[in-house]
Design a binder for this molecule. Structure first.
Ligand code: AMP
Length: 309
């Protein structure tokens, strides 16, 4: 079975949306990525770090989904990474209220022996130096390395390291605002071109409820987001998207542009569930039938026949 290696933050999140507020709940890039990818019944492992304050039940929930958490380091006496965000009324934008790196600040990742030859690697959101270290530990070149990051790591102190990781990956998934910040271009087409020159052959720009764009050389593919009656909490939608994209490619083993289009649809489909409840709740309780049903809706939404003369 193909293997997916995931590195990313594991967090406590406190979220505020127009519909309510949460206390500290499970969050972080890695749980969202892993839960999403687990829908493809692949082997996956998470490399991350948590403090002693992290509830055991969160780890066992992931393990029950067949996600290997043995490389999630528990720091004695340490505090888990904490992030807090508040969404604006349109839910498309948010303000970060607090970022406390805690144990993430001096994390030295250790890739498990049996994942050093993983076919697909997702470098989820965290310090670019940690992402680089994970790449350096691999014993064989993965088929595909996918990077997801955010504006926090584009500040001056981390920017040079971020550029180094970007130069080493095949795919970058990034939201529209961050693509503009990274490239200095407002047009997303121009932004993608600039980012491609930084290293990745494929650039995926996520536009929240407005879908996602995949760029590769002269080719562009667009997938809408499924129009939903209610969006409750967008947190983790980007990571869920990255996890769905990676999970599907791990399952199929085909990393052609044509198959990446399918991966983008699966990714959008899974992200559409994530936003329906606070935190990871919806992704924890998702079943195959629901996923298949919505995939069918996606197909109907986007397929048309048109005569070209
Ligand atoms: P998304 O909504 O997909 O951008 O991801 C939200 C998740 O990213 C939350 O669960 C946060 O815990 C996590 N997160 C926020 N800021 C950072 C950061 N600077 N580094 C790593 N993870 C972060």
């Amino acid at each position: 079975m193909s293997k997916l290696l995931i590195v990313g933050s594991v967090a406590f999140d406190a979220i505020e949306t127009p519909f309510g507020k949460t206390d500290k709940i499970l969050g972080g890039a890695a749980p969202y990525i892993a839960l999403s990818a687990s829908n493809f019944n692949i082997s996956s492992a998470v490399v991350s770090v948590i403090g002693e304050d992290f509830p055991e039940e969160y780890l066992s929930m992931l393990q029950k989904k067949n996600i290997d958490t043995s490389a999630v380091e528990i720091v004695k006496g340490g505090k888990t990474f904490f992030w807090s965000g508040k969404y604006h009324n349109d839910l498309n934008s948010r303000d970060t209220l607090d970022t406390q790196l805690n144990v993430l600040a001096d994390f030295n990742p250790v890739v498990p022996e049996n994942y050093k030859d993983a076919e697909i690697v997702v470098l989820g959101n965290l310090n670019p130096l940690v992402q680089l270290s994970v790449l350096e530990q691999l014993t064989s070149k993965p088929k595909l390395v996918i990077l997801d990051t955010m504006n926090f790591w584009m500040q001056e102190a981390f920017f040079e390291d971020l550029r180094k990781v970007i130069a080493k990956v095949d795919v970058i998934t990034i939201n529209d605002e961050e693509a503009r910040q990274l490239s200095g271009e407002y047009s997303l087409v121009k932004a993608a071109r600039v980012i491609e020159k930084m290293g990745p052959e494929y650039v995926v720009i996520k536009k929240g409820e407005h879908g996602a764009l995949l760029f590769h050389e002269e080719q562009i593919f667009f997938a809408p987001a499924l129009p939903l009656e209610e969006v409750f909490d967008p947190t983790g939608a980007g990571d869920t998207f990255a996890g769905g994209f990676a999970g599907y490619l791990t399952k199929t083993g085909d990393i052609s542009f044509e198959n990446m289009k399918n991966a983008i649809i699966h990714a959008s489909n899974l992200a559409s569930f994530c936003v329906e409840k606070f935190g990871t709740e919806r992704m924890e309780n998702l079943n195959r039938e629901e996923v298949q049903k919505r995939l069918k809706q996606f197909k109907e939404l986007t397929q048309f026949e048109i005569e070209l003369s």
